[in-house]
Write a protein that binds this ligand. Structure first.
Ligand SMILES: [Fe+2]
Length: 296
């Protein structure tokens, strides 16, 4: 399996970063990450310094998504591929490198409006990852921190950026009628063994948030159930209760964060293999479950 890049971290901007602390810490079970800029709080789900960076600002959305190249050669190759597709690239400043805790950084404008950062050398945290709430830990080795799903009206340009620029391969896609005359179309992309590191939904119009959800995968199935119980004990919306996706086979649920975007906690997704030939259309989101449980 080719392994050039993996999901490094996501930047979230909300007016008050502490408004997400109980959500990420007490519900999802992430651990505090290394210190960052003023007013910024960070979270991690493995030994890396940070995986979710929550900074103060008005966006109320994801404001960057970073992919970490396995080494300098991979970094150069992805940077060259992005440049060849005409992507708008900018070198990260010394301040960027320090804030992101990386050795190299190039920033690209993405068609879905959330800048993509190509980085290498993301720092390790000085302490081992330990979450009392997720005793089995999260699956991240060689597959990045999880996955991110965005909705965009510029779907065709976004697909080309992901496939031709970043070099991800499409895993499969979902096309279904969710109401009379309303089509849902989501494409799923991989860059390592994780079934999808990124997915893009074709949005019929600009939505208030580009980030639909982040996914964190536990190593142990029961840790999903325990996270569900913690989510259920809050009054947060649960857009989808426990279920199993048809395409990646993941057992998961979705809880809405106080900022609106959702988090999926899951386990047991299919792995992409060298002979992956399941790049096909699916016509249902879930094999079972994922019922809308509690609305906001
Ligand atoms: Fe997902």
């Amino acid at each position: 399996m080719r392994h050039e890049i993996e999901l490094a971290y996501v930047g979230i901007e909300v007016p008050d970063p502490s408004s997400l602390s109980s959500f990420f810490g007490d519900v999802i079970g992430l651990a505090p990450g290394e210190p960052s800029g003023p007013g910024t709080l960070t979270w991690r789900n493995d030994q890396k310094a940070h995986r979710v960076v929550v900074q103060p600002g008005p966006a109320n959305d994801a404001v960057y998504l970073a992919f970490e190249a396995a080494d300098d050669e991979a970094f150069d190759a992805v940077q060259a591929r992005l440049a060849a597709t005409g992507a708008d690239l900018a070198e990260g400043s010394a301040g960027d490198l320090a804030a992101r805790r990386v050795r190299r950084l190039v920033r690209a404008t993405s068609p879905w409006g959330v800048p993509v950062e190509l980085v290498t050398g993301l720092e390790e945290a000085p302490t081992t990852f330990d979450s009392a709430l997720v005793p089995g830990g999260f699956l991240t080795a060689g597959v990045g921190f999880g996955h991110a799903v965005f909705a965009t009206t510029a779907f065709d340009e976004a697909h080309a950026f992901v496939v031709d620029g970043l070099g991800l391969d499409q895993s499969d896609w979902l096309e279904m009628e969710i109401a009379a005359g309303i089509e849902l179309e989501v494409h799923f992309y991989h860059c390592n063994e994780r079934h999808h590191t990124l997915a893009l939904a074709r949005a019929p119009f600009e939505l208030p948030q580009k980030l639909h959800h982040l996914m964190f995968e536990t190593k142990v199935r029961d840790d999903v159930g325990a996270a569900f119980d913690r989510a259920w004990a809050t009054d947060l919306p649960i857009p989808n209760g426990l279920g199993r996706h048809d395409n990646d086979g993941m057992f998961s649920f979705y809880v809405a964060s106080p900022a609106g975007f959702q988090v999926e906690v899951g386990h047991g997704a299919k792995l992409i293999t060298d002979d992956w030939d399941a790049n096909r259309r699916y016509d249902r989101i879930s094999a079972w479950g994922h019922q809308p449980l509690r609305q906001g």
